[in-house]
Design a protein around this ligand. Structure first.
Ligand code: SF4
Length: 430
């Protein structure tokens, strides 16, 4: 007999605002990583007042039950859709699995107990189980869809495009993001991390950021490591020896590799990554899964955009054919920068892509079921359907000039030619 899942408090409910905090590259708090695109950070009052930062002495304490968080929880309890969480609801409306749904599934046993501690005004006790931190913006890549907030290596290219000096105060601030390495932040983190069971790192590139290793060492010394699952978003351009020493001390490790295509497509988007190195690191991870304690899972995240939509089939085939332990790729829809959205494509190209992707999905779904199991195969097929629907249901062709301006600037700066890699985009250049 299968156990029935307890019902959720509402159709818009998400467990994360009851047990999780997220901080972006500047330490600015949001309900979770998926709400960053809303550009509605956690603040004193809705749309105004102090913005809470995790590194501020009282940032976690005040931010946890801010007017913003209380309103968000109250809305979720009565089935309203809070604005910062629009991305999750958009995915669900497209028939795709949202982060909200995954997290609710993961913590289903705790939902009743956590919700029962909510007061009338939306306050809940501050007992963090899960923390997600962007460790600044040190990265070795300059991905086409990224920004200097996430990779300081992009500063010069962005300054040139916008016709400002790279020494502009906006960029200077982004050059010096190091709040997570300060002793004061350690004290804050240790105070609130006594019950955490999950710690997620992204960057920048977390496997290149020295304070990330300090985090791990301190947690091992504090004897908290064995209770904690650590997880990462990484570009996997490196797989440092230190992870072989440190990761086995933790309860488990989960790795999500950001990969946006196969071979040249990935190297073009995630410039200047070297495909043979990434391919080799992926295979090492797959092979060393037990030695590295990666029992929490190996995953891919792919941001579907104008540069990879034409070759998505080849990429998915690569993930299905090349690995034993990796899950089916998680496909995300690019929403920023908008000029890289698949919605800017002309209708005729969209029609061809729609047929191609649907046919691909139909011909592979059985193979995916054998490879990854029914649930993952169905999630992947639903993601492809959702991506097609998203592409077909909005027309952003007015952004083609902006796409050309950016693309040509980046091509020139990097000495690349987009048409050498994505020849299908030629009609946009005519
Ligand atoms: S609903 Fe989505 S965006 Fe909001 S907190 Fe949950 S997972 Fe994050």
């Amino acid at each position: 007999m299968t156990a029935t899942k307890p019902p959720l408090p509402s159709n818009s409910f998400c467990i994360l605002p009851w047990m999780h905090i997220f901080a972006d590259e500047k330490g600015v708090m949001y309900p979770c990583c998926r709400s960053v695109g809303s550009q509605l950070p956690n603040r004193e009052a809705t749309g105004q007042g102090r913005i809470y930062k995790i590194q501020d002495l009282d940032g976690i304490e005040e931010g946890w039950n801010s007017a913003y968080m209380r309103k968000l929880r109250q809305e979720m309890l009565v089935g309203e859709r809070p604005l910062p969480c629009a991305r999750c609801y958009m995915y669900e409306d497209l028939g795709m699995k949202s982060h909200r749904q995954s997290q609710n599934e993961q913590y289903v046993e705790q939902i009743d107990a956590l919700v029962s501690r909510t007061s009338q005004d939306g306050r809940v006790p501050l007992e963090l189980q899960s923390v997600d931190i962007r460790l600044g913006n040190l990265c070795n890549l300059r991905c086409r869809m990224c920004s200097p907030q996430s990779s300081k290596a992009l500063i010069q290219e962005w300054a040139d495009l916008h016709g400002v000096k790279a020494t502009h105060p906006y960029f200077e601030e982004l050059r010096q993001l190091d709040w997570f390495a300060q002793p004061a932040f350690w004290e804050i983190f240790e105070k609130y991390s006594t019950k955490i069971e999950r710690l997620h790192f992204a960057g920048g590139e977390p496997l290149l950021i020295a304070p990330m290793f300090d985090f791990l060492e301190r947690l091992i010394k504090l004897d908290r490591a064995r209770n904690i699952m650590i997880s990462y978003n990484t570009n996997l351009t490196v797989l440092p020896q230190r992870v072989f020493e440190l990761w086995p001390h933790f309860r488990t490790v989960r790795i999500t590799v950001s990969l946006d295509g196969f071979g040249d497509i990935n190297s073009f988007i995630r410039y200047p990554s070297h495909w043979p190195t990434i391919d080799q690191n992926l295979k090492s991870l797959d092979r060393e899964v037990d030695n590295l304690n990666c029992t929490g899972g190996l995953a891919f995240n792919t941001t579907v955009q104008i540069y990879n939509i034409f070759h998505l089939d080849k990429f998915i085939d690569y993930t299905a054919d090349s690995f034993i332990n990796f899950e089916a790729p998680n496909l995300s829809i690019l929403s920023f920068p908008e000029h890289l959205s698949i919605r800017i494509l002309p209708q005729e190209i969209k029609d061809q892509l729609s047929i191609k992707l649907k046919t691909f999905s139909q011909t592979r779904v059985e193979q995916w079921q054998e490879k990854w199991g029914k649930e993952q195969a169905e999630t992947l097929a639903a993601a492809i359907d959702g991506i097609v629907e998203h592409m077909m249901s909005g027309d952003s062709q007015h952004l083609i000039p902006e796409f050309l301006r950016w693309c040509q600037h980046q091509d020139q700066f990097r000495k690349q030619n987009v048409l050498d890699v994505v020849a299908e985009l030629a009609p946009l250049f005519k």
